[in-house]
Design a protein around this ligand. Sequence first.
Ligand code: FAD
Ligand code: SF4
Length: 395
Amino acid sequence: MIRKVYPAKDLCSHCGLCDTRYITYVKESCAFLHQHVAELEEKTHGRSRNLLSEDELYFGVFKKMLVARKRQPIAGAQWTGIVSSLAIAMLESGLVEGVVCVQSSKRDRFSPQPVIAKTREEVLSARVNKPTLSPNLSVLDAVERSGMKKLLFIGVGCQVEALRSVQDRIGLEKLYVLGTPCVDNVTRAGLQKFLETTSSSPETVVYYEFMQDFRVHFKHDDSVINGPGRKWEEIVPFFALDTKELKDVFAPSCLSCFDYVNSLADIVVGYMGAPFGWQWLVARNDAGLEMLEIARKFCDLEETPVASRGDRRNAVQQSITAYDRALTLPRWIAEFLAVIIDRIGPKGLEYARFSIDSHFTRNYLYVRRRHPEKLETHVPEYAKRIVAQYRLPEN
Ligand code: FAD
Ligand code: SF4
């Protein structure tokens, strides 16, 4: 049942929980009404993160972190398709009976359609990001009705926090959670504004990503071909984004989120701690290590250790002021800056810390200004420590 108003009101990320009978537990489960990451880390991983370890402060509890890519990427996947191929391997090896993932609606490639996939084809149809808020938990009633006992859930941090809060009530014997990092998500209307403001051909975009080279990469469909058989790639430097126009585009839930790295998943597959073209894997607990071994066995991975280079701090401090004043640079200066920062700027884990610092400081200011009454309880201790490294505007 789709509601007009959700309990978290403007902060609701439409994770789907409240479209199910589990709405009964919303007060203690919703990431925006009752932030309880540390408590759930303890329950899920056996301990909460060590705030004195810089890696755990930033990336959460983990047992193994590495960089990998599929030797033969899946065509049309967001990166190389590790998420889709791991899900297929788990399904086909009988470890799980179904996979909660999100396909596109038939009318619109960017409107999310959560499903319980039971075949390789259904998992593959969910590949690539739907860069819009997605109610993945809305299928929980159907999971319960199906009598399924072993499930893989693919999702982002706010969905996973709510799922972890109700998981003991779903009747599952085994739940695996494959998370992705997530930031700056938008409603479908917000996405339209972002595409129209940023891309020169908004109606043909099939994919985009904010990448480690400080540029947004858009891929377009076959109607815009740049050379024989090649999909057109359009590249826009971060510093050329129209910050003034885009300030209100991101969903309020994402402007007040402090779980960028999906702290409660068993394994996380992203890109931001990896070199360009590679993916970043964080196995947080024994279930995550088990999933990593399956990926190694069945997903044809090439691996390399994580690395870190550079110092992000000055760039973050400058980005706070630039974002706050909504500064946008002329295109040629933005392009020049992207080249320089890409050459000498933060790389690997330091790039991931750059991205976390920039988003946490921005979001801390957002919550302080829009919801000051929530600041103390909504911002987790690890995020307060990260934000405290920087000078923020007084008001
Ligand atoms: P694929 O094999 O293409 O599979 C993608 C999977 O994502 C599918 O199974 C699908 O079910 C799921 N999915 C798609 N859209 C959504 C959605 N809206 N909500 C929940 N699940 C969804 N990684 C970073 O390192 N840094 C970031 O800043 C970052 N931002 C992201 C923002 C969003 C909105 C999303 C959805 C993901 C983000 N990621 C980020 C993760 C990254 O873009 C890739 O999704 C991840 O590396 C997996 O790539 P893949 O090729 O293995 O995935
Ligand atoms: Fe309900 Fe999820 Fe919205 Fe919270 S974020 S109010 S749990 S739908």
